[in-house]
Design a protein around this ligand. Structure first.
Ligand code: AMP
Ligand code: ZN
Length: 108
């Protein structure tokens, strides 16, 4: 299996998991860009966010709400971001939702 995030799902690559459901996994980004930087992924391999179906998207956003509460940023605010394709800088082609917070983030 060559996909890094599939290997994390399989337990073959270690990750600091902060939340999981039957269909999603959330773990800390290895190179955090903010004090709170969690990646939320579907367990199923889907290369890009735009290929996710409604149930998968709903599951990721429901998980994001719980992660934000668990990380203590539900009230202070946070950014949810999908990089999609080369010009976005996407590096891992297993769809993942970035959850960033814990400080005042730079304006987009
Ligand atoms: P993207 O640029 O949207 O594809 O984001 C990929 C993210 O995965 C980057 O923020 C990386 O720091 C992160 N990343 C890469 N390898 C790992 C890993 N083994 N565990 C956790 N996060 C990782
Ligand atoms: Zn994958």
């Amino acid at each position: 299996m060559s996909c890094l995030f599939c290997r994390i799902v399989a337990g073959e690559v270690p990750a600091t998991v902060v939340h999981e459901t039957k269909t999603t996994l959330a773990f800390r980004d290895i190179q955090p860009k903010a004090p709170v930087h969690v990646l939320l992924i579907p367990r199923e391999h889907v290369p890009n966010a735009v290929d996710l179906d409604g149930d998968q998207l709903g599951g990721l956003f429901a998980a994001a709400r719980e992660v934000a509460a668990g990380e203590g940023v539900a009230e202070s605010g946070y950014r949810l971001l999908f990089n999609t394709g080369p010009d976005s800088g996407q590096e891992v082609f297993h769809a993942h939702l970035h959850l960033l917070g814990g400080e005042r983030l730079s304006r987009l």
